[in-house]
Design a protein around this ligand. Sequence first.
Ligand code: AMP
Ligand code: GLY
Length: 424
Amino acid sequence: MKVMVVGGGGREHAIIKKIKKNEKVSQIFALPGNGGMSEDATLVDIGAKDINGIVKFAVENKVDFAVVAPDDPLVLGAVDALNAVGIKCFGPTKDAAIIEGSKAFSKNLMKKYGIPTAEFEIFDNAEDALKYLDTAPIPTVVKADGLALGKGVIIANTRDEAKNAVKSIMEDKIFGESGNNIVIEEFLTGPEVSVLSFTDGKTIIPMISSMDHKRALDNDEGLNTGGMGTVAPNPYYTADIAKECMEKIFIPTVNAMKAENRTFKGCLYFGLMLTPKGPKVIEYNCRFGDPETQVVLPLLESDLLDIMLAVADEKLTEDMVRFSDKYSCCVVMASNGYPVKYESGYKISVDDGFNDELYIAGAKIKDGELVTAGGRVLGVTAVEDTLESAINKAYSSVKKIHFDNAFYRSDIGAKALAACSEEK
Ligand code: AMP
Ligand code: GLY
């Protein structure tokens, strides 16, 4: 079987490493992938947003199955275009990917179907939004409607900050067309949990929960990033909370999408906040999270490709998805200056050589050597019997990886570990 994975970061590397384990697989193409994956996949120089290029390549190379991993191609309709030429895919169609592509859509969906989320108002012009902010409760959260590389959310602690956010999104268009509409919502508090799930549109099977670390610096300081590290499972996500989420959020979301004629098939990601009033949805993503995938998939004992095929064929059943009861931790090593400005092109070396726990995100091969080529360069994952040993092992592996200008957070998992000891 020839499998094609669209995307090129650490998440895609983790997906590829799992898919490779299936005996049916004869070849894996990564479009575009990155230089750090060349041992695991055939790299194809076609960008993840080049839908025509992706379809043409898939047809010419007789690809049997495609996994579309990033948000952009999903929202642009890559799955629809591949399905139209008879190629089976893992990932939602454009109609369903809107659950991530438009926050206004997802907020209205939750309101209509009674799915718990922050109170909100939607605006299509700055004037009304600014007027609303004269009396809105503060702090408040201002969100660009469309995709904004994970940066479209501004938490405003004062009225002025909130108004400036509205002006920069709607008037200065710092996120382009994504800021044509905005959502202004209630500021919630509580621990955050990421839950990825497999769904074929009828059945939904949550994966193991995880905790992302979105800020660039230790103690959750600094700017928001794509994610600087993760641990799984998330200790705040107890069995009781999981049951509540299944009943009040996961199943209602899948059913709501079906009722709207937007059946969602693929990985549906729930960004949750465990507020004093119960779990609420902060955001939906229409795809695997990055770097959540790098801690969740290493704990998956079942075969990933078989699950993905079952999702595509709408034959997903509970017994297909089994996770180990171990713990995992992924520490992201980035280029100093990320997420703003950073230098690239530095040689990456690993003391014991590259191994299966290394997920390369931003690297390329130059003159036969692997060099840095992105903000987030790689993620190092460790799987162990306890959270503490997973964290320790991930950090001891980090020490063996070298490239100039490397930086990483030194407290990935610390909060989770503290929460575990509180429980005892
Ligand atoms: P998002 O891109 O929607 O995941 O938002 C990015 C981050 O902003 C989230 O992970 C939260 O930490 C924070 N955030 C988003 N919405 C809210 C909210 N309503 N209340 C408090 N924090 C929020
Ligand atoms: N790590 C957050 C995301 O993938 O959206």
